[in-house]
Design a protein around this ligand. Structure first.
Ligand code: FAD
Length: 350
């Protein structure tokens, strides 16, 4: 069966919903297709203790401020899922789920064809907002480890590792937070490529957003690059990280250079035994559904001007990282590029 609409938004996480909000405001006919059975995107999948690194008011999509969570300065992931569910209802966004998009194809001059496990859609434009959670990145490390190996996406709770020797790899927010989560229950080795770079304790996601905004303004106005968020550090010292670090339980070791059957080994021959290794080594954009369009650039990205794909003006990419708009991979940051994408699409349709 083939359905028709002006715009298909692929992905019903925060980026897809922000796009839907602006398309609706502009009176554009659209549908959102989401592979999950329930609302909330990747926030449904994270570990139990995850909290945002910004207060609710700094974690809001366009139109409606996230309500504060009682008793929490930094809302937890369940609160974000509730907010996104309510957001969908509040703006009556036409989200269909579970619908998984397998491929986007050119269909003549005027249309793109979106093939899914629930039929095809013909549309005049597509916004891809599928996130990164679904494409975990694992580095290649020589050797062999016979224990359990997991990625950030598989980690849920320290209860699963009580009394075990666990190596956590990664010096970003996920690595630091998961290491802190495990510090009391497991025998922890935390490994980072370079010494951890914490943001100052009194700085949270608000400062990251302000830095990203300052950088965007500087570049737009032709002033020198301010360096954006990277200049501040890698790890937001959220309260649980601060607490564990303060107790001296969050010591980082340098990156090891090979896996051995019972653990890890450094270049000097020293080793640590492990029952499990948790790779907190990041993500890549989940773009395999766009492969039929043949647009791939370097590092798994697609070359864009703002959110618009350079090789296919009917396609916009939203929420994947700074390459699709400053801070676009955050709740507060995705609203602006979503608005710009919706405006460009309305102009294209006209
Ligand atoms: P997602 O939430 O992943 O949503 C994409 C949706 O698309 C999903 O529902 C998925 O099922 C669907 N999809 C994927 N492929 C297909 C397909 N082929 N067909 C149909 N549907 C598909 N941001 C903040 O603002 N504050 C924070 O404190 C914060 N903390 C974070 C902590 C961690 C550990 C991580 C990983 C990220 C954090 N972020 C934070 C960043 C960001 O807000 C999230 O990654 C966010 O989930 C990205 O939203 P999204 O809509 O782009 O993608």
């Amino acid at each position: 069966m083939t359905s028709y609409t002006d715009v298909v938004v692929i992905g019903g996480g925060q980026a897809g919903l922000a796009a839907g909000y602006h398309l609706r405001r502009l009176g554009v006919d659209f549908v959102v297709l989401d592979a999950q059975s329930t609302p909330g995107g990747a926030w449904q999948q994270t570990w139990d203790s995850l909290h945002l690194f910004s207060p609710a008011s700094y974690s809001s999509l366009p139109g409606w401020l996230m309500p504060a969570q009682a008793g929490e300065t930094y809302p937890d992931a369940a609160h974000v899922v509730t907010y996104l569910s309510e957001y969908e209802k509040r703006y009556e966004l036409p989200v269909q789920r579970p619908v998984r998009v397998g491929g986007v194809h050119r269909d003549g001059q005027a249309h793109l064809r979106v093939e899914t496990d629930a039929g095809s859609w013909r549309a005049r434009a597509v916004i891809s907002a599928t996130g990164t959670w679904w494409r975990p990145f694992l580095p290649t490390v020589p050797g062999r480890f016979d224990g359990r190996q997991l990625h950030t996406i598989d980690y849920r709770s320290p209860r699963d590792f009580a009394g075990q020797r666990v190596v956590v790899v990664g010096g970003g927010n996920s690595g630091a937070q998961i290491a802190a989560d495990l510090a009391y229950d497991a025998d922890l080795t935390w490994v980072t490529q370079r010494p951890p770079r914490y943001l100052a304790d009194d700085i949270d996601g608000r400062a990251l957003f302000d830095a990203a905004t300052a950088r965007r303004r500087a570049l737009e106005e032709g002033r020198p690059d301010t360096g954006g968020v990277a200049s501040l550090g890698d790890i937001v010292a959220v309260p649980p990280v601060r607490e564990v670090r303060g107790r001296g339980l969050l010591k980082a070791s340098p990156m090891f250079n090979r896996l051995v059957p019972d653990g890890i080994q450094w270049a000097d021959g020293s080793a640590a035994q492990a029952d499990a290794i948790i790779w907190c080594t990041g993500f890549r954009p989940a773009l395999s559904h766009l492969a039929p369009l043949g647009l791939r650039g370097t590092r798994g990205h697609i070359p864009t001007d703002g959110t618009r794909a350079l090789g296919e003006p009917r396609l916009h990419l939203l929420g994947y990282g700074d390459w699709t708009g400053p801070a676009s991979a955050t709740l507060i940051g995705v609203g602006r590029p979503a608005r710009d994408a919706a405006r460009e699409i309305r102009a294209l349709l006209a």
